[in-house]
Design a protein around this ligand. Structure first.
Ligand code: HEC
Length: 126
């Protein structure tokens, strides 16, 4: 092989590694769900919902990463069609889960209705 074709080969190899890079990075940590709305961009209701979340859910659920804590991650909860249990991911099912609990998740039947609306608004930003 002469010097020129060696150079071309190196260039081609370099290029293909560059092209594969986003894909490889994606395999390592990519989530198909779009990222949550940043906390600084929440509207007032969503911001109140975030406080409710911090007080009543955050000790058991991550909201901004897709890792389980004591319960499944709530990141992208309404962007998926189904909840982890297989129930449809909608306001009714999530409300019922909060009010009535589910297996190891304790019921919170005295949740203030306004808190619940705000919480749902926040969960929709995830
Ligand atoms: C003490 C821990 C704990 C707290 C606090 C908690 N959860 Fe959970 N949550 C769990 C566990 C454990 C599960 C998994 C239940 C199962 O399916 O076995 C769960 C499941 C869920 C699910 C999935 C339900 C399904 O049908 O798959 C949702 C949605 C949820 N929690 C929302 C919330 C919200 C919103 C709050 C705050 C109001 C909250 N959780 C507070 C522990 C908790």
């Amino acid at each position: 092989m002469n010097n020129d074709s060696k150079k071309t080969l190196r260039r081609v190899l370099g290029l293909s590694i560059l092209c594969a890079l986003p894909f490889l990075l994606c395999l390592a940590g990519c989530d198909s769900t779009p990222p949550p709305i940043p906390l600084t961009q929440l509207n007032p209701q969503q911001a109140r919902g975030h406080q409710v979340y911090q007080a009543h859910c955050a000790q058991c659920h991550y909201d901004r990463v897709s890792d389980p804590l004591h319960g499944p991650p709530l990141r992208g909860v309404f962007k998926k069609q189904y909840l982890p249990s297989g129930a449809p991911a909608n306001d009714e099912r999530v409300t019922a889960t909060v009010l009535h609990g589910r297996n190891l998740m304790p019921a919170q039947p005295n949740t203030d209705p306004q808190d619940l609306y705000d919480l749902l608004a926040y969960l929709h930003t995830l």
